[in-house]
Design a protein around this ligand. Structure first.
Ligand SMILES: [Zn+2]
Length: 312
């Protein structure tokens, strides 16, 4: 199946043409801080047309448009219920089905980005052949998705398996979802600067001289054995691992894949999480496989064919 695959992130979007398990062409679109969703759509249409042109295809060669979006969405009506903080606030006023019909003459489906990554990983990545799986994506926020019996678990209101909002500390930091002590508010890129600055000893730590306090910075200084960086890193790793134990106890998966930009430091993340999960998850049958997502940033695009092939 050939399809148009559009992966919308917080700071950039990718418009691609896929043929089942292959990406034929991809065009990148930068998303400025101030961009509204309505203003982004013409840029996405232009980039998609360029991607089609570069592989010599027309819209009529494609079965549909699959959109990966960082929020809570209804894949079938293409409604968007929640957006990332400060981004795309006008998206609930946009008729994506009409946009796709007008621009491409094609049906459209939209899905949460973590679910798209899970679909892609199951279709042709590290979760191939695994019907019962959990995906956690570590980035600006923490995404989560669950597949049971080979089908995405969505729930009544499309919120099932949102692993980033599993509470791990009931008196923890306030989260964007309204809860406290979520995996996301305790260990995500948006939460990290505040976590670091509040840490005892931060002022004399190497982290204090950094302009950008993201996970790349944290893992660089923890690899250099900065004591505060090591403590903050281990706390974040424990938060993620604890959330994964919660997901395992909730959904009984065979495997957990961890993706997202933060996994560039997988060498410091995976061994810790594997060790913690194998020690603390209640799995008398054996051990849940914990793996880094295999497809990296392509996972969401390669979820296009399975999403469009899914019955309504
Ligand atoms: Zn939350």
């Amino acid at each position: 199946m050939k399809a148009i695959a559009i992966d919308i992130g917080g700071s950039h979007a990718v418009c691609a043409v896929v043929d089942d398990r292959r990406i034929l062409a991809a065009e990148h679109v930068a998303v400025p801080d101030t961009t509204s969703f309505a203003k982004l759509l013409p840029e996405l249409a232009a980039a998609t047309t360029a991607a089609l042109g570069s592989c010599g295809l027309k819209t009529t060669d494609c079965a549909g448009v699959a959109v990966s979006f960082p929020g809570i969405v209804d894949p079938f009506s293409a409604r968007i219920f929640s957006t990332p903080k400060g981004k795309y606030d006008d998206s609930n006023t946009v008729d994506l089905n009409a946009w796709s019909r007008d621009c491409f003459g094609l049906p459209l489906r939209i899905e949460n980005d973590a679910r798209m990554a899970l679909l892609g990983e199951q279709y042709c990545g590290g979760l191939a052949g695994c019907n019962d799986a959990v995906m956690l994506t570590l980035g600006t926020g923490v995404g989560g998705a669950v597949s049971m019996g080979g089908r995405l678990l969505r729930g009544k209101h499309f919120q099932a398996g949102l692993g980033g909002h599993i509470p791990v500390l009931f008196r923890g930091r306030a989260c964007i979802c309204g809860s406290r002590g979520c995996v996301e508010s305790e260990a995500s890129t948006w939460a990290l600067p505040e976590i670091c600055r509040a840490w005892p000893g931060f002022a004399v730590s190497a982290l204090a001289s950094e302009k950008v306090l993201d996970f790349a910075t944290l893992f660089r200084w923890s690899a250099a054995r900065d004591p505060v960086a090591l403590e903050v890193r281990d706390r974040c790793l424990t938060v993620w691992a604890s959330g994964i134990v919660g997901l395992i106890h909730s959904f009984d998966p065979e495997a957990v894949a961890i993706g997202g930009a933060v996994m560039k430091s997988a060498d410091q993340i995976l061994p810790f999480i594997e060790d913690y999960v194998h020690k603390h998850a209640w799995t008398p049958w054996g051990k849940v496989r914990i793996a880094a997502a295999a497809l990296g940033p392509d996972a969401g695009l390669l979820g296009a064919a399975p999403l469009l092939g899914e019955p309504c």
